[in-house]
Design a protein around this ligand. Structure first.
Ligand code: HEM
Length: 585
């Protein structure tokens, strides 16, 4: 007798057929999936059923009310996947991206004020010289009166790493001089590529390693694991751990000596995780202690921790865990965003000229002089208040979110309400979807930022003017709470301009103000001195050199064949010094 297969609990949720028995729809979602992702939400609506590896069903969510439930209202139900937490624990220790529930809440409570506006204001003049130095490196390469093709991506990446290391640790790792970069900075740079090489075993190794409770046994197993990609990753993690412990110890010692910390604090010893002893300073590193005067994120965090109530204080291991976490989270995302803005400006000369003219006006006003404005380092409030710059940055982060997809696991049976009803697979209108415990949920930041019901019919278009009033003033947007606004639209619960790029709720990006400041500062410095255009090379068949931004979960810009291999991340732009004609009349 044939038994009927039990009906899937997500049977009524509309979605595409599986593309492949093994990969489900993931091949199309995660590999060059820009149009596929946008089309999924447009065709089926704000909650879609997709097929994951081996046919498992998952929800693909972009509806604003549903996302409000996932990241705010029921965030305790939708937690990070086990694999994400375990892998991060092994790599970073007990930092923000490796902890859940009360421990995570406690860490956020201590860390949120560290990223306050006042602290950002203080940090800006300290990190200003990095953009100056970076633009100097560009200018040195350009012959007088001429232009040069420069791959801006690795430079923006090095610049962003130097920015975050100086701001977070008060250390320079000489990242702008590739011949003298330190082992710690190199490890941070290698982390994402090493992780990618482990993509197929990644789900299993952390789960297995975390089941070995003894650190020494775990190390013995890890040392013998017969896979080169794994051993490379192990060296990277070891270098990170070694570097962060050493820097942490130096910082604490300095603060103890200056009386900023109480001597009763216990010194951090060799790594509990890797057993690696803490060693002295490495080649290529410079402690900027005197210049920073305790304004770096780590020092602020140590002071805040010391003055907290005993019950709210973080342990040394937790403080240590934040170091590489903040640096890793804050570097590739920001450099992708800056490279994308430069690319857009290179392809829209009229926007570039308008933006440069606004920057000139703001700098001249700030310095109260017409001459030498190019070199002026503008203050935090004035930088944030340049309307067209703000609109260009917001619109780029909306249309092209550096992180496009995030996963959560639903931990108990619940219901996801929808702001915009969808049509079920049997043709019924659904205003909510039942979500069984154990369901994986993909949050599509990309589809949310392109939702035509929220952003209007031109949502896919890059149009900075949408962030400006008719008279060119900034339109302020606050976080949405899943309710309709006065115009009948439901805003997203995002922390930044009600878009989802930096997420919302208790696990929103803690560094978004820092990222915004850095992006704006690099762009103003670069546009003041340089002009950018797209490569104009053509081959004998008339093919033009062109750049495609692939969407593989993260944004990856590549040069299309025959000029490039279509795989290696790069953004080659033609750069020259600014001329009089590069401004609007
Ligand atoms: C354009 C640049 C950036 C983008 C698009 C971005 C985006 C995000 C997103 C989407 C998340 C949520 C991840 C998740 O829940 O899985 C996140 C978390 C985080 N970001 Fe950013 N980020 C950027 C820059 C930065 C910077 C500059 C820093 C540090 C200064 C930073 C530090 C963090 C940290 C520590 C978290 C984890 C927060 C937590 O779990 O409580 N990010 N970011």
């Amino acid at each position: 007798r044939r038994t009927r297969r039990p009906k899937s609990p997500l049977a009524e949720v509309p979605g595409p057929e599986s593309d492949h028995w093994l990969k489900g729809n993931f091949g199309r979602i995660f590999q060059d999936g820009w149009y596929y992702n946008l089309q999924l939400a447009e065709k089926y609506g704000g909650v879609v059923k997709v097929h994951a590896l081996l046919g498992a069903e998952q929800l693909y969510v972009s509806d604003p009310l549903a996302l409000h439930y996932v990241v705010v209202k029921e965030q305790h139900i939708y937690t990070e996947t086990d694999m994400f937490i375990m892998a991060n624990k092994l790599i970073f220790g007990d930092g923000l991206i490796s902890t859940l529930g009360e421990q995570h809440k406690k860490q956020r409570k201590m860390l949120n004020p560290v990223f306050s506006l006042a602290n950002m204001r203080d940090l800006l003049p300290i990190i200003q010289p990095i953009a100056d130095k970076l633009s100097g490196i560009f200018l040195e390469q350009i012959p007088d009166g001429d232009s040069k093709e420069i791959n801006v991506l690795p430079w923006m990446s090095r610049g962003a790493l130097e920015y975050i290391c100086q701001a977070a640790l008060g250390y320079s790792f000489n990242v702008l001089d590739p011949t003298r970069t330190s082992a710690y900075a190199e490890a941070i740079q290698k982390l994402a590529p090493s992780g990618l090489r482990l993509i197929f075993i990644r789900p299993f190794v952390p789960l297995f390693l975390c089941t070995i409770k003894s650190p020494s046994l775990r190390n013995q197993f890890a040392e013998r694991f017969p896979l080169k990609a794994f051993q490379d990753m192990r060296s990277v993690v070891e270098a990170l751990d070694k570097g962060s412990r050493r820097i942490f110890r130096e910082k604490k010692t300095r603060m103890l000596n200056s009386g900023e910390l109480r001597a009763s604090w216990v010194e951090v010893e060799g790594s509990k995780r890797s057993g690696v002893p803490v060693q002295g300073k490495e080649e290529g590193e410079r402690d900027l202690g005197d210049r920073m005067r305790g304004r770096d994120i780590m020092s602020i965090m140590l002071r805040a921790n010391m003055s907290s109530e005993e019950s709210e204080r973080l342990s040394d291991e937790e403080l240590l865990g934040q170091m590489s976490t903040i640096i890793f989270a804050g570097f590739e995302t920001t450099s992708t965003a800056i490279s994308r803005i430069l690319y857009i400006l290179a392809s829209k000369p009229e926007v570039q000229a308008k933006l440069r003219s606004e920057i000139r006006k703001a700098k001249q006003r700030y310095a109260n002089t017409q001459a030498g404005w190019e070199e002026v380092g503008i203050g935090y409030d004035e930088l944030m208040a340049i309307p067209y710059l703000d609109a260009v940055v917001r619109e780029t982060l909306r249309v092209y979110p550096p992180t496009s997809l995030l996963s959560r696991t639903c931990r108990q049976d619940t219901t996801l309400p929808l702001a915009y009803p969808i049509t079920s697979s049997s043709g019924v209108t659904l205003t909510s979807v039942a979500v069984p415990a154990g369901t994986s949920v993909i949050m599509s930041l990309l589809a949310a930022n392109h939702n035509k019901q929220v952003w209007g019919p031109d949502a896919d278009e890059w149009r900075p003017e949408r962030w400006l009033t008719e008279s060119g003033e900034r339109v302020m947007f606050s976080e949405g709470d899943g309710e309709e606004d006065g115009e009948g639209r439901v805003k997203y619960p995002g922390v930044y301009a009600s878009m989802m790029t930096f997420l919302g709720g208790g696990r929103a990006c803690i560094g978004f103000k820092f990222a915004e400041m850095e992006i704006k500062q690099v762009i103003t410095t670069f546009l003041s001195r340089m002009h950018f255009s797209l490569p104009y090379e053509t081959d004998s068949h008339g093919n033009k050199k062109s750049i495609t931004w692939k969407m593989n979960g993260l944004q990856v810009p590549v040069v299309d064949p025959p000029f490039g291999d279509g795989v290696t991340a790069q953004v080659p732009l033609i750069v020259r010094r600014v001329k009089q004609e590069d401004f609007v009349a």
